[in-house]
Design a protein around this ligand. Structure first.
Ligand code: PGA
Length: 246
């Protein structure tokens, strides 16, 4: 089973999101070998959730607030996303961490909120360019993992991790497959210390139809989190077909 998760970020407006989803739904993809999810703009979330019911597509939130309800202008809680049909939520995406100033402790609270309402958190971790240059990659990722998993009750809960080196996101400068495999293998060994269950780990950062197979064919990499390319119909369909051929 391979995961293909599409993070549409803030690339598509309401109409564009619905049009792209309807086009994707015209295709017959291999539901037995793929787990697929779209993370659309929240504006289009409910439309896309309705359109994908009884299809192999799942829908996820790009971000959640951890408090259930209250005076939090502009926020939408994990609880509300769950009631609107979210199966997944991205948590701790690097754009949330570095553009919007989210801290490791915020990520932990969001993960807990997701688990409480039955949403599978897709926890994004990864080092910045500076971390990488300073040889702090493992330090950064370990800190991010520790903040989430230390003392967390995960028994019977589904969790997904996405390793996304910040320097590879939206830059065209993807990590080499061997490098991604090394880091993801190490992340899996770290995860074993916290939980005794299998946690899939995806690679994200400048994935496209040309390089996707080189990641998917690695032993430890369970799938991909695709940003910009997932908003381009032809490119994204080609990418999915490449994975299906494997
Ligand atoms: P990208 O983004 O594919 O545009 O590099 C990946 C992500 O941020 O999830």
């Amino acid at each position: 089973m391979k995961y293909i998760f599409a993070n549409w970020k803030m690339y598509l407006d309401f109409d564009e999101s619905n049009i792209l989803m309807n086009r994707l739904l015209q295709n017959d993809f291999d539901g037995d070998s793929l787990t697929m999810a779209i993370f659309p703009t929240t504006l289009a979330f409910t439309e896309i959730e309705k359109a994908t019911q009884d299809t192999l597509w799942n829908v996820g939130a790009q971000n959640v607030a951890w408090v259930e309800k209250g005076a939090y202008t502009g926020a939408i809680s994990a609880h509300m996303f769950a009631s609107a049909g979210a199966k997944y939520a991205l948590v701790g995406h690097s754009e949330r961490r570095y553009v919007f100033g989210e801290k490791d402790e915020d990520v932990r609270k969001k993960v807990e909120a997701c688990l409480e309402v039955g949403i599978t958190p897709v926890i994004c971790v990864g080092e910045t360019k500076e971390d990488y240059a300073d040889d702090k990659r493992q330090y950064r990722i370990k800190k991010q993992l520790l903040a989430v998993f230390d003392g967390l009750e995960t028994k019977g809960k589904e969790i997904v991790i996405a390793y996304e080196p910040v320097w590879a996101i939206g830059t065209g400068d993807a990590a080499t497959p061997a490098d991604a495999e090394d880091v993801i293998g190490w992340i899996k060994s770290e995860l074993e210390a916290f939980t005794k269950q299998e946690i899939p780990v995806l690679y994200g950062g400048s994935v496209d139809k040309k390089n996707v197979v080189s990641y998917i064919e690695q032993d430890s990499i369970d799938g991909v989190l695709v940003g910009h390319v997932s908003t381009q119909y032809d490119e994204f369909v080609d990418l999915i077909r490449e994975i299906e051929k494997q």
